[in-house]
Design a protein. Structure first.
Length: 70
């Protein structure tokens, strides 16, 4: 079970913004979660906390969340 809610815990994240491309959304924010594994220094790709989401971590700092638009 995850401690994040359905909004990815964004109430704690600093200044996020969302871009919409047709039926897809891209959420860009600073990564605020503690990772318990070694992170690739350039780019890290993983499944999101919800089904159908992909998380891309750039330079260990910027988190891009790709999802379907609602």
């Amino acid at each position: 079970m995850t401690t994040l809610n359905n909004a990815f815990g964004m109430q704690y994240a600093p200044s996020a913004f969302t871009l919409r491309f047709g039926r897809r959304e891209l959420l860009v924010t600073r990564d605020f979660r503690k990772r318990f594994y070694a992170v690739n220094p350039l780019i890290e790709c993983d499944t999101g906390v919800e089904a159908g989401h992909v998380e891309v971590l750039l330079l260990r700092r910027w988190l891009l969340i790709l999802s379907k638009a609602h």
